[in-house]
Design a protein around this ligand. Structure first.
Ligand code: BES
Ligand code: MN
Ligand code: MN
Length: 456
């Protein structure tokens, strides 16, 4: 079933792609202070585009960090209001030498567009913007009321938007949210994501001597904070992948038997996943749980980096005064960031080896979420996806986190429709991030048909 808006989208596809490329050229890396101006520039480009396509009340909303972009169009009397959400910030591109084309020079190769942010999340924000443009251009109006809120701090915890949502700002008054920041379960398979893990991101600092010391003069008497740190880290999980923090698992709400049965019927080949996505000799993790359960419905601990000490070329014989590890935990429904952090902190303080001081810092956190599916918006989404992709929609969870989705539910009572168009091998946060061009096109058609369906 085609519509004038879908026809408009098809006719304008080459220009849509050019405009996505322009957005991808802006290195809006939210975590690096030297890219603050680029983040603002990306926000300004999006705001200008929202004005150009006919959205109203377009403005940047200042936060303590990178600005939010707001726009609305509220003339569909009697129709529901959607809050369209996405993020314009991206992860750092390193390691740079593994990219086949430079991360901020978008390049088309074998049906994909390669660039940092291609799929996470600029390509998908663009899907939403182009769907709105197509509807407005083809019909002179939108089939429902629309508010757009884009953030530039998703990859660093989303503090600014969290405060804005917690304030229940009138700009956020809506009936449901449309979040395009997830992926299809498999190529060509229409997918709605109905659950996300939460997280706590921490720094664990271990301090030994007052200052760096000569390791020959003091080795054997002075504590080595890297060894102490390694001893602590080694006690976070046992060999079977169980987290050793007492009480950590206590509040978990397991998936229902129906949900587990649905996951078992998804087209998932563990060996293919191991080889093509993970690329390791073997998969690891808690015994007794499938890979999908382990990544979607079980908590985990990961270490991201251990800055400090001597890491230059050659050798330096030093006992560093301190060592730091960046450690995060993914949380699942039932768990809260506050309690999980408290349990982790007291465990680490208790097991710290003699002679060192420990400091555990919380950098950011986000709640896990589980979306109710018995609402008309999920129904409309299922129908629209079926039409565009020609297959039954599957409902999945994801192991990733989008902290604001939980906040939308808690503070605003909004259910989210997580309709995203990434693919499992799109290399999010990794070198050679890409977005499949077919998914860019069909994503736009899916969002158009979804909004038409809700407004019907
Ligand atoms: N879009 C991702 C989350 C995601 C990835 C959802 C894959 C579904 C499938 C998001 O941009 C992201 O990376 N989130 C961070 C959040 C964190 C920094 C609070 C994450 O999951 O690490
Ligand atoms: Mn994202
Ligand atoms: Mn991301």
């Amino acid at each position: 079933m085609s519509s004038p808006a879908v026809a408009y989208a098809r006719q304008n596809q080459p220009r849509f792609l050019d405009e996505l490329k322009a957005l991808l050229r802006i290195p809006s890396i939210s975590t690096l202070p030297e890219h603050k101006g680029d983040c603002r520039h990306a926000a300004e480009v999006l705001a200008a585009d929202l004005s150009r396509i006919g959205m109203q009340n377009v403005r940047l909303i200042e936060t303590g960090g990178h600005p939010l972009v707001y726009a609305d169009w509220l003339h569909a009397t009697g129709k529901p209001t959607v809050l369209v959400y996405g993020h314009y910030d991206v992860q750092p591109p390193d390691p740079l030498d593994e990219w086949l084309s430079p991360p901020f020079e978008p390049t088309e190769r074998d049906g994909n567009i390669y660039a940092r942010g291609a799929v996470d999340d600029k390509g998908q924000v663009c899907v939403q913007m182009k769907a709105l443009e197509s509807l407005l251009a083809a019909n002179g109006s939108l089939p429902l009321n629309v508010r757009v809120i884009l953030e530039g701090e998703e990859e660093v915890g989303g503090e600014g938007i969290a405060a804005f949502v917690a304030s229940k700002a009138p700009e956020l008054k809506a009936d449901f949210a449309l979040v395009s920041d997830t992926e299809l379960f498999a190529p060509g398979l229409p997918t709605l994501c109905v659950g996300l893990r939460g997280m706590i991101y921490t720094e664990l600092e271990v301090r030994g001597a007052r200052t760096d010391l000569h390791s020959g003069m003091y080795g054997g008497a002075a504590p080595n904070p890297f060894i102490a740190l390694a001893q602590i880290l080694a006690r976070l999980k046992d060999e079977e992948g169980h987290i050793l923090i007492p009480g950590f698992y206590d509040d978990i709400i397991p998936p229902s038997p129906e949900e587990l049965a649905a996951w078992r019927s998804l087209p998932f080949d563990e060996e293919h996943y191991r080889i093509t996505e993970v690329g390791s000799r073997q998969l690891v993790g808690e015994g007794g749980f499938s890979v999908l359960e382990r990544t979607w419905a079980r908590p985990t601990v990961d270490v991201h980096g251990i800055p400090g000490g001597f890491t230059g070329a050659g050798a330096k014989t030093v006992i560093p005064a301190k060592a730091v590890a960046k450690v995060s935990m993914r949380l699942v429904p039932g768990m809260t960031p506050a309690k999980s952090f408290a349990l982790y902190k007291s465990y680490v303080e208790r097991i710290a080896p003699a002679g060192v001081d420990i400091e555990v810092r919380l950098i950011h956190s986000g709640d896990p979420c589980l979306i109710p599916v018995d609402n008309p918006y999920i129904q409309a989404a299922t129908l629209a996806l079926h039409e565009v992709w020609g297959k039954e929609t599957v409902f999945i969870r994801s192991g990733g986190s989008i902290p604001i989705v939980g906040d939308f539910a808690r503070h605003l009572g909004l259910p989210s429709v997580m309709m995203g168009f990434g693919l499992p091998d799109d290399n999010l946060h990794a070198p050679n991030e890409k977005f499949h061009l077919k998914n860019f096109e069909l994503g736009i058609e899916s969002v158009i048909r979804f909004l038409e369906e809700v407004g019907r």
